[in-house]
Design a protein around this ligand. Sequence first.
Ligand code: HEM
Length: 136
Amino acid sequence: MSALLAYYPEIKSVHVHAALCSGALFALRGGAALAGARWPRYWLARYLSYGIDSVLLTAATMLFSMLPAGMFANGWLAAKLVLLVGYVGLGILAMRPTRPPRQRTGFYLAALTAYGCIYGIARSHHPLGWLAGWMG
Ligand code: HEM
């Protein structure tokens, strides 16, 4: 474990970059699918998304296993995980071609909002995320 700890900054960098790629690819695929494009459902786009998300979650699990439990005491990681389930679920619904376009637009915007909240929570290490600074 201590040998792995030496690579903490690199693992965190992989996690953050994978998180940014995951959000950017979802925004692009979801937006294009809503505009009627077919490429977001092609296997390359789908497997690229699965690959990035696997890297993101693998790095996340490594970071989690390396940090002391006290670092998560205020519940920021738990809040992040709950929102992650929301982000994934809403993202799946947004990409379903059988759903009416208005519903898919709603799911798409809700998934992007969940992503933004996850990012704010990660940056602030606080369950309130971006609002944490204002609430004191
Ligand atoms: C869409 C999903 C996710 C996004 C956008 C995201 C984003 C981020 C970002 C931006 C950071 C860096 C925070 C900083 O600058 O200090 C970070 C760190 C971290 N994330 Fe994630 N993350 C995601 C999913 C996860 C998941 C599922 C886990 C847990 C298993 C996790 C665990 C961690 C941990 C432990 C850190 C290290 C905190 C630190 O060293 O300060 N993340 N995440």
